[in-house]
Design a protein around this ligand. Structure first.
Ligand code: ASP
Length: 434
């Protein structure tokens, strides 16, 4: 039995946390592959080491004195070494880094040192073998993971080393360069290694007891989700419920490797189990997630032009600008394209001009300040009246619905409301369904 256990930044942020995770790891001998983030925030440290390393890079780039930052970063690792009485020569590593610090240092290499040093110290503390991510997670030139190589490498490493600690967040390119994943990417490292090891379980240890059925910043003490399917989770995280990196489930879906989200500070709590499907029926809905700040391009076309042609031209424009589209509600002679407001900032006016020039477009209006809410639930598809309940709840509370969408899989209903109504909409829907 192999379990991959990934620990997030807050789980490794100081000695107390490291002691907790040692107890967790030692308690189950199947936890053979440990993936770690870099030291995160805690009461004493308001910045993650990764943030400091990004900042250090910016200082190098602009030629600003960085000594105080380097000291801050170094101190965090030196304190851990001292307090845990470790022998790893972190001083030598830090001195080596210091020598390499100039504006030509590759950013990804520099930032990856956060995870690298953390994993080095953790490996010694656990008495596990350290194996660098560059020895394991291999990327293709286009940035996708080369699973064939990664699996081969991992299998041969596991023949030699029974228990390993691997730094998360980065991998190696075919030309032997370090490449970072996007922020929060240690989750991905854990998924990739779980797939490569054909693990029985991927445990993701963090500072919350799983995924909540609504944002705890809006709804006080929302119910924890006990079981959620991969698909539901993708809907939830796509809409802002971000306990896990959005792409983490992708490598695991085909092999049906379950993920369990666990809380390092409350290890007895069963957390949230994520899997392909569950036999049991949960409540009508699994959770409510949402995000603010979307823009809707409302386009009216001339009645003589087929909607498919105008839509194709508009979509091509969005493709050219590499913009993601959230929804495309359509009418007879009009349709809307909804996208994140933030993503269109840089080309806002160009986009408006170019849409107006498209043959067949007779009118364009824009609406900002839209929030999208997803009401997600695998059981929804065979229960009539869920949409009715959503609409009547919002109606009763005088919340105007701007957009309605339901994916054909029927696992979520998407509602668009004004930003100003967002919190109220989440609250009243939560109250209605729970
Ligand atoms: N340390 C990185 C970050 O803060 C990666 C991770 O923690 O997953 O984004």
């Amino acid at each position: 039995m192999i379990k991959v256990a990934k620990f997030g930044g807050s789980s490794v942020s100081n000695c107390d946390q490291l002691q907790k995770i040692k107890a967790i790891i030692k308690e189950d001998s199947d936890r053979k592959i440990i993936v770690t983030s870099a030291l995160g925030k805690d009461k004493e440290h308001e910045a993650k080491v990764t943030d400091l390393l990004f900042l250090l890079y910016a200082h190098l780039e602009y030629g600003i004195d960085y000594s105080y930052l380097l000291k801050q970063i170094s101190n965090r690792f030196l304190t851990i070494k001292d307090q845990l009485g470790l022998g790893f020569d972190i001083e030598a590593e830090l001195n080596l880094l210091k020598k390499k610090l100039n504006k030509d240092i590759p950013k990804d290499y520099l930032v990856s040192r956060g995870e690298y040093y953390t994993a080095r110290l953790l490996a010694e503390y656990l008495e596990y073998d350290f194996v660098d991510a560059t020895e394991l997670i291999s990327l293709n030139y286009d940035g996708t993971v080369n699973y064939e190589t990664t699996s081969k490498r991992l299998q041969s490493v596991l023949k030699e080393h029974e228990r390993i600690v691997v730094p998360g967040y980065y991998a190696v390119t075919p030309d032997d360069k370090i490449r970072l994943f996007s922020r929060g990417g240690s989750d991905l490292s854990g998924s990739i290694l779980s797939k490569a090891a054909n693990a029985d379980l991927y445990e993701n240890w963090t500072d919350v007891s799983g995924i909540y059925s609504a944002d705890p910043k809006i709804v006080p003490n929302p119910k924890r989700i006990e079981r959620i399917t991969y698909n539901e989770l993708r809907e939830m995280s796509y809409r802002g419920a971000n306990v896990l990196h959005q792409e983490s489930v992708i490598p695991l879906e085909k092999m049906e490797i379950p993920i369990r989200i666990k809380n390092t500070n409350d290890p007895e709590d069963s957390g949230t189990l994520i899997s392909k499907s569950f036999d049991d029926q949960n409540g009508i809905i699994t959770g409510i997630a949402g995000q603010k700040n979307f823009t809707s391009f409302n386009i009216t076309k001339s009645s003589g032009k087929p909607i498919t042609i105008v839509l194709k031209d508009v979509l091509n424009l969005f493709i050219r600008y590499k913009l993601n589209i959230e929804h495309i509600p359509t009418g007879i002679d009009s349709f809307s394209v909804i996208t994140k407001t933030e993503s269109i900032k840089a080309m806002y006016f160009d986009l408006i001009n170019e849409i107006r020039e498209i043959d067949g477009v007779i009118d364009l209006s824009l609406e900002d300040d839209i929030s999208l809410l997803a009401i997600v639930g695998r059981s929804m598809s065979h229960i009539p009246g869920v949409a009715g309940k959503i609409f009547s709840t919002l109606g009763r509370n005088k919340i105007n619905i701007k957009i309605i969408a339901q994916a054909s899989t029927e696992i979520s209903i998407i509602i668009g409301v004004s930003n100003k109504d967002y919190e109220a909409a989440v609250t009243v829907l939560y109250e209605e369904f729970y």
